[in-house]
Ligand binder design. Structure first.
Ligand SMILES: [Ca+2]
Ligand SMILES: [Ca+2]
Ligand SMILES: [Ca+2]
Ligand SMILES: [Ca+2]
Length: 365
């Protein structure tokens, strides 16, 4: 994917300024997004296909759909592929309903698969909860075993209001979600509950505060594998129309979130662009949209996340860019901190050379 130079420079500037202003100097790499593509008619259909969550190996995609063949209302479905090769068409097979252990005649939605693939958080308004949608969890001992009977996360996390959109962190110690419970900034907000170990109970949820949440509907959180980037959707702020996708960074998992940044085009459009989910390798942003070009209703879309590797902006990725990395070796230079994908790790090292090597000799217009 090649961006127009003016677009690219604008994103560089936005990213750079955001980094300086919002990250307090803990600089991380700049990146852009390629043109989103529809996951295609094997995965999407005329029903509402929404809320993607991809497994760590990139081979199983969990999502929500109200398509025929389910157990009633919205259900959780999966599609699989044999290779996670970054082919925009993918090799996803015909989706399969997750079955009656997890799905019910109620609304079953918002899947979030854990790093090890053995725990699935989701939302449901089935009987047995605290009222409205609640967060539930199902587990399995191996990826070949069936899912267990789901368990309600209980009244510390759930309330009589709506709890939706769970996203479990890679370490399993933070569970982000959205809720319209009291104590927020208005409408739905993003909240987080934490636990000391995966054996401990979840603590009282905390609102992420007025930086990330506003009076409009916010939520649909997705936490990056390193725990330092939170993608989410909001109907507020400088929306292009309907919901748009934003991100916020934090320097460490103990720091506050920076002011959020709007993803801009081509991810956000005047349609509803929502429910982001970044692949564990940091190369693909999955999301839902009802933009033109789909199969009907909401569809699942993906956009490549592209590191900015033409470090000297001379139009080609070559040895000169490698030299710039070497010149900044072992520093925290944000320009060179392009690996691991997609936002680096705060140090210029071999990870950055690896990412650059993947784009060697590419011409950047
Ligand atoms: Ca259902
Ligand atoms: Ca509830
Ligand atoms: Ca809100
Ligand atoms: Ca659809």
């Amino acid at each position: 994917m090649k961006l127009l130079n003016s677009d690219r420079m604008r994103l560089v500037v936005v990213g750079y300024v955001a980094t300086l202003v919002l990250c307090g100097g803990s600089a991380k790499a700049d990146f852009t997004f390629g043109e989103p593509t529809n996951l295609g008619p094997t995965v999407n259909n005329s029903s509402n296909d929404r809320m993607p969550s991809v497994s760590t190996d990139g081979l199983t995609l969990y999502f929500t759909s109200d398509r025929p063949g389910g157990h009633g209302n919205h259900d959780i479905w999966i599609t699989e592929r044999q290779t996670s090769e970054r082919n925009p068409e993918g090799y996803w097979i015909e989706p399969v309903n997750l079955g009656p252990a997890v799905n019910t005649p109620s609304t079953d939605s918002h899947p979030s698969i854990s790093l090890d693939g053995l725990t699935l958080f989701f939302a449901s308004n089935r009987p047995g909860g605290s009222g409205g949608e609640d967060l539930w969890v199902t587990t399995r001992s191996t990826t070949n075993e069936p899912w267990s009977e789901p368990i309600n996360l209980g009244p510390t996390v759930n309330s009589s209001s709506r709890e939706l959109g769970p996203c479990i962190s890679a370490d399993g110690l933070e569970l982000f979600f959205h809720s319209n419970r009291s104590g927020g900034q208005g409408d739905h907000d993003t909240w987080v509950t934490t636990r000391a170990t995966t054996s401990d109970p979840w603590a009282e949820p905390m609102n992420l505060g007025p930086g990330l949440n506003g009076p409009a509907m916010d939520g649909g959180p997705d936490i990056s594998t390193d725990g330092l980037m939170l993608f989410f959707r909001s109907y507020g702020g400088s929306s292009y129309g309907g919901a748009d996708i934003w991100f916020s960074k934090r320097a460490t998992v103990n720091d506050d979130w920076d002011m959020p940044v709007h993803l801009g085009p081509p991810v956000n459009t005047s349609a509803e662009d929502s429910m982001p989910s970044v692949s564990a390798d940091g190369y693909i942003l999955y999301f839902q949209s009802n933009r033109a070009g789909g199969l009907g209703g909401y569809d699942l879309w993906q956009a490549p996340i592209i590191p900015i590797v033409d470090l000297n902006s001379d139009g080609v990725v070559d040895a000169a860019d490698m030299c710039i990395i070497v010149d900044h070796w072992s520093t925290d230079n944000s320009l060179c901190d392009i690996g691991p994908m997609p936002w680096g790790d705060g140090i210029v090292d071999v990870q950055d050379l690896i990412v650059l090597a993947e784009h060697l000799f590419e011409e950047i217009p």
